[in-house]
Ligand binder design. Structure first.
Ligand code: ZN
Length: 266
């Protein structure tokens, strides 16, 4: 065998292993048979003292309402678990993940997502990839008037979320909405909002059976916002006012997970 052929064979092997691991990982997390294994890794997003202070004060329990939300909502689809997820808060990381390309070309985006997965693997400090562990990198920024945060994102391949959050205790509950949204992306859910952040009717609405124009007081998690009585698109104050809609439930395999459980117990 020539060296060239050997090299191609090795590359194909690596590719097959990567595809196999992605498949295995998705089967593990989307089976809904065991609590999700979630690691939160805080990062100082802007080098500010405010972000540093917020990170110093962080506790794993600050993310409890994500667990409560996930448990409440998956239970509506029949999943019965003591805990929906186990959250570990890892020490602050002093590096930032590679930024996504701005022009959004397909090739650049593919290249960047591979780069991000490689970066995450390097940060883990482990030789073998941590199968089934969802890694959420939360970059804290001091709030500045009129300046929006960069877009957060969640990747299904590699189970990675990169969340931009406000370093402000008053924002903690809304930060958890953004974290839960990206966690859902990692599990395979798609966005349900359109232009201007407006929820898509009906799948992006809580109470999708009601007429579109009726004001809501809760949001579908993948829309992240709802239209209130004044006709404005607003973010709910906390995950208590968020639901997992039927389409999202299907995308993250909660409904199938329930059917399997039911079938195996009969
Ligand atoms: Zn999204």
């Amino acid at each position: 065998m020539t060296f060239r052929r050997f090299r191609i064979l090795i590359l194909l092997g690596v590719l097959a292993a990567a595809i196999g691991m992605t498949w295995l990982e998705q089967t593990l997390v989307r089976g809904w048979r065991a609590p999700l294994d979630v690691a939160v890794i805080p990062i100082n997003g802007d080098g500010s003292e405010q972000a540093a202070g917020t990170i110093r004060a962080l506790q794993a329990s600050d993310f409890n309402d994500i667990n409560v939300f996930l448990q409440r909502e998956t239970a509506r689809y029949g999943v019965k678990q003591q805990q929906a997820m186990l959250i570990t808060l890892l020490p602050e990381l002093d590096k930032k993940p590679p930024a996504p390309p701005h022009d959004g070309s397909v090739l650049k985006t593919i290249g960047w997502s591979l780069q991000l997965r490689w970066w995450v693997y390097q940060q883990s400090g482990q030789l073998l990839p941590q199968l089934g562990k969802i890694k959420l990198f939360v970059l804290y920024h001091a709030p500045q008037d009129g300046i929006a945060l960069e877009h957060s994102l969640g990747l299904q391949k590699g189970l990675i979320g990169v969340v931009h959050a406000f370093a402000d205790p008053k924002q903690a509950q809304q930060n958890n909405i953004v974290i839960a949204h990206e966690l859902m992306h990692a599990l395979g859910a798609s966005d349900k909002y359109g232009f201007g952040g407006r929820p898509v009717y009906p799948q992006g609405y809580a109470e999708p059976d009601w007429p579109e124009h009726m004001p809501r007081q809760a949001a579908e998690i993948m829309a992240g916002r709802y239209v209130n009585a004044a006709g404005r698109v607003v973010m709910p104050p906390s995950l208590e006012q968020c639901v997992i809609g039927a389409q999202t439930a299907h995308e993250i395999n909660v409904d199938a997970g329930f059917r399997q459980q039911y079938a195996s117990s009969n």
